[in-house]
Design a protein around this ligand. Sequence first.
Ligand SMILES: Cc1ncc(COP(=O)(O)O)c(C=O)c1O
Length: 370
Amino acid sequence: MAINWESKYCERANGIYGSMTRQLMHLIANPEVISFGGGLPASELFPVDQVKAITHDVLDQKGMAVLQYGTSEGYEPLRQAVVERYNQRGFGIGLENVLITSGAQQGIDLVSKLFVGKGDLIVVGDPTFLTALQTFNLFQADYLTVPVDAEGMQVERLPGILEARNVKFIYIMPNFQNPSGATLSLERRRQVMEIVRYYQVPVVEDDAYGELRYDGEHLPALKSMDPDGQVIYLGSFSKVLSPGIRVSALIAEKNLMEKLVFAKQAADLHTDNLAQHIIYEFMRRDWLDGHIARLIDFYRKRRDAMIQAMTTYLPAKVTWTTPKAGFFCGPRCPQASIPASFSKKRWKPRSLMCRAPATTPKAAASAACG
Ligand SMILES: Cc1ncc(COP(=O)(O)O)c(C=O)c1O
């Protein structure tokens, strides 16, 4: 007789469920489908030849070392390259502040493991990143939400929320928020840092899209405004190089690192060694910035075409953000009012419309699908 797995799951496993992201991945496997749904980089821009050359050289020159176990903190030259890159943005960090993770998603997971237990409160934007919610749900978080408008999270609401509550952390995407595309204004960045300093609340700053700015000047990361080390910063190479190479950098205060490293060890010992070498070599050969410049050029054109098409084809009721960067424009459509003519006439046969994934804690809970 088949085992009844339901009876064996721990309570925490109730927080695990499939998501629209998973369904989306099935849909985009179909080459007929052009997905406007997730944060997927354009595959045609992946630097396949450069990665091929690096992989060959790395295996040729240090194959035995690369195929061995590595350290949990990450490949030291890569960590050093990360230090130098972020210090150009005013982070003021050293090697001891850098943990290489298997994607920013693992950073979200490790931070949750350390801070979130059943019923613990975390603050998230409304809307927020769907897959972060999945992770927080697994750790049985409770949520306090702050609306996100054209200037990002309405941080002036934070004092009312933080007062007299033990909030574990604020999860925020200051740059080109997923899914709204909003960028936190400079004024709000200053405000949020003042507020969290006053209330002594940690911040998890997810900056997966930070380097992909198409217009205007970069704004300072919260991490660069953080002399007390309250911000845990999640960078990622997924959007600027390849999400299939699972390498990202988590930046945190030294005192937190030991526990983060132990949590990382327990999860996967260390991030894939070959992948770390590939990212490091890409930086060492000075290819990354040129590659990012090409991406920006390409994505800016795509952003403009998308906005143009939405302006032409979508009903006036639909609103969106024209993002300064990143992949998201967060179209908002009252009562799912896109007319049938939109999907049937103009875009067939390659259109598949589905409702937006649940990007608020409440919606994520009610949209849980097996
Ligand atoms: C806001 C945000 N954070 C994190 C991630 C995950 O990034 P990574 O591939 O580095 O795990 C994504 C991916 O879409 C994202 O949109």
